[in-house]
Design a protein around this ligand. Structure first.
Ligand code: AG3
Length: 283
């Protein structure tokens, strides 16, 4: 069936596939010094934010991604206190991180302040915790931030970035991971969004190789559905500094004193169990 004009379509040229959402309104579009950000109202997925033509988030399914990006790492770390979020300008990951009482400081470093200002306006529920005394919102280059970070000063680095093209490219390099490794305390973890297991397995593998080359010994990739991203299936990859990642604090996760809609101890365990083709490809 051919789609009419009022559909937003993200095309995945390398895979000969696309994903479309029916629009009811185009609310905003602007070119910032870094990228083009657009906001739409959709018929079935609530508000949609795109950056450079790529789906960043929708009201309907962002909870899956944000909960998995935050809680897998935070429930794996023994006592996460100091968290850095690179990217994540929509503040959805930050909100989940701040649900953890152990966290005393969470610093979000997004290069583009406009992402956050537009999220405050159009995704206010994601910005619920922006006034939390433990939160710092910085608008700066995350690559430089990690290069300058004090050695052994961070427990968790969460990289909530766009695809590895344009400004985010440098976030997928050995050099960046070396800087993260140095900034992390012992027992620290980096968690990075790592694209689709079906479409981007080579990239996941390359990321993992770069993480290992940077000094991280233990790695774990988790997988979860994300219907508005390429292939509808997504992943995050964790790398640990002297910590095993296939175990997590099951009890604490089960008894979590806050609400989640996707993450649970059971889902966490299941997400660590990769299908055979991934195990084969990732070694
Ligand atoms: N996370 C974006 C992941 C990349 C999506 N890629 C795509 N649509 N081609 C970004 C923001 C959520 N906090």
């Amino acid at each position: 069936m051919a789609l009419g004009d009022n559909w937003y379509t993200e095309i995945y040229p390398q895979d000969g596939a696309a994903f479309s959402l029916k629009l009811t309104d185009k609310i905003h579009e602007e070119q910032t010094p870094f990228q083009t950000i657009a906001i739409f109202e959709t018929e079935g997925f609530g508000t949609l934010m795109t950056i450079d033509g790529l789906v960043m988030l929708t009201d309907r399914d962002n909870f899956i991604y944000h909960e998995m990006m935050a809680h897998t790492g935070l429930f794996t770390h023994a006592n996460p206190q100091d968290v850095v979020i690179i990217g994540g300008g929509d503040c959805g990951t930050l909100r989940e991180v701040l649900k953890h009482a152990s966290v005393r400081h969470a610093c979000q470093v997004d290069i583009d302040e406009r992402v956050t200002r537009l999220a405050e306006q159009y995704f206010p529920e994601l910005c619920d915790s922006n006034d939390d005394k433990r939160a710092t919102l910085m608008f700066d280059d995350g690559i430089r931030y990690m290069a300058d970070a004090k050695p052994g000063s961070v427990d968790i680095v969460i990289v909530d970035s766009t695809d590895p093209v344009g400004p985010a490219e440098g976030l997928f390099t050995e050099k960046f991971y070396r800087n993260c490794h140095r900034a992390l305390r012992d027992g620290g973890i980096i968690v990075q969004q790592s694209e689709s297991p079906l479409f981007h397995l080579k990239l996941i593998r390359a990321m993992r190789d770069a993480m290992q080359a940077a000094g991280f010994v233990d790695l774990a990739t988790v997988n979860f559905p994300q219907c508005s991203y390429p292939s509808g299936w997504w992943s995050a990859t964790m790398a640990g500094k002297n910590i095993k990642l296939n175990n997590f604090r099951n009890d604490a996760a089960r008894k979590r004193p806050f609400a989640t809609r996707y993450y649970s101890d059971g889902v966490h365990g299941a997400a660590l169990n990769l299908p055979p083709f991934m195990i084969t490809a990732l070694g």
